[in-house]
Design a protein around this ligand. Structure first.
Ligand SMILES: *Cc1c(COP(=O)(O)O)cnc(C)c1O
Length: 387
């Protein structure tokens, strides 16, 4: 829909609960419209800013229509909730975002059984897990923190044949690097909180649907009282304007940081789909148009937990904080393990030299015993871009 901009470049932020009708007939038509497409409606059904964002993301994802929700997580929970009933079974990738898993686990209270499957499964193996009562298959690729890349086309092929709904969390890719609906996924989810908004200043989710799932997702969002705010839709729309340029720069910094970290004696390995030694690098190269600024690395096992913490807390450019996709670099411990502590990094947009200098100072500070066995120096893994 076109909104009045009074000659300015951007749509103004519409703040509102009550929208006024001219006639009772208009009011009744609006109330009777299950998809709330007609305006004016009530604020909870979406403002002009929210509609503009929904239409823009739909266009970028080649979807049918989208539904905005108040967070990435609520986009996920609303979509799953829309399709399950008591007695159903759902298949969820085990490397999904942890709060997604928490929600799926909670569904057992309503008689919905969640089964987790490996991100490495191919379609033929997934087919064996699909039961008579399997209502949906949930995908997230690459996996949160560990970045396993799923063979989405192969999995979706089976689901389409068996008429099982597929939902994919596509936050990592943004609409620029991969479009799930183009390979047959029914519903694609974005936490617009991350790269789409891009400045760590809003929380927002978007569900992009195909024609056969849209009405159900919209009805569920309305039933649950889900809606995004105009302010957050505005920041997401503004973020979209610079997303291609920001994403490229986040990716460039991540690649350079990976190259540098690979040479550090206290780093055991890097996990980033763009590295040629990533186990699913070929799948990623086939399906994705690029990578982003998030990666993980594992310390060598001789680095103690205290030492790893000392490293994390010593950094000044990399702030200790959750989420990613903003301008500032972030770092978080993912897992403390005897086989090497795992850390996730978000490469922000600061000068690369500053980021490397910060990490170098952190490594110098680390008060550790030298690794007992000298580590063989591996060849710098080649980093490849799909074209
Ligand atoms: C952050 C994140 C979410 C949740 O998004 P919020 O907007 O913080 O609720 C969901 N999925 C993935 C992959 C994420 O990284």
């Amino acid at each position: 829909m076109k909104s009045p901009k009074a000659g300015f470049v951007n749509t103004p932020i519409y703040k509102g609960s009550t929208a006024l009708y001219k006639t009772v007939d208009q009011m009744e038509k609006c109330l009777a419209d299950p998809l709330k497409k007609t305006f004016p409606a009530y604020g909870r059904f979406g403002s002009p800013n929210v509609r503009e964002l929904e239409e823009e993301i739909t266009r970028l994802e080649s979807g049918y229509a989208s539904v905005c929700t108040n967070s990435g997580l609520s986009a996920i929970t609303t979509s799953i909730h829309a399709f399950v009933s008591s007695g159903d079974h759902i298949l969820v990738v085990e490397t999904a975002y942890k709060p997604t898993r928490n929600f799926c686990d909670s569904l057992s209270r309503f008689g919905v059984e969640t089964e987790y499957y490996s991100p490495l499964l191919k379609g033929t193996e997934l087919r064996k897990l699909i039961r008579e009562n399997t209502r949906l298959v949930y995908l997230e690729s690459p996996g949160s923190n560990t970045f396993e890349v799923q063979d989405v086309p192969s999995l979706v092929h089976v689901c389409v044949q068996l008429d099982v709904v597929t939902i994919m969390d596509n936050t990592w890719a943004t609409p620029l690097l991969f479009n799930p609906l183009k390979v047959g996924v029914d519903i694609c989810i974005h936490s617009a909180t991350k790269y789409i908004s891009g400045h760590s200043d809003s929380i927002l989710g978007v569900v992009v649907c195909n024609e056969s799932t849209y009405a159900r997702v919209r009805a569920e969002a309305i039933a649950l009282g889900q809606c995004g705010s105009s302010d957050d839709a505005y920041t997401a729309l503004r973020g979209l304007k610079t997303l291609p340029i920001r994403l490229r720069e986040h990716e460039n910094r991540a690649i350079e940081l990976c190259r540098w970290l690979q040479k550090q004696p206290l780093v055991q390995n890097l996990i980033y789909p763009g590295l040629s030694d990533h186990p699913q690098h070929e799948i990623w190269k086939r399906d994705y148009r690029g990578a982003n600024g998030v990666f993980s690395f594992r310390f060598v096992p001789s680095v103690s937990r205290e030492c790893a913490i000392q490293f994390l807390e010593s950094l000044s450019r990399f702030a200790l904080g959750h989420s990613w996709g903003g301008v500032e670099s972030l770092i978080v411990p993912v897992e403390f393990s005897s086989t090497g502590h795992l850390v996730r990094v978000h490469a922000g947009l600061e000068p690369l030299e500053d980021l490397i200098a910060d990490l170098a100072a952190g490594f110098r500070l680390m008060d550790i015993r030298k690794p007992t066995t000298p580590r063989k120096v591996e060849l710098d893994a080649e980093i490849l871009h799909p074209t």
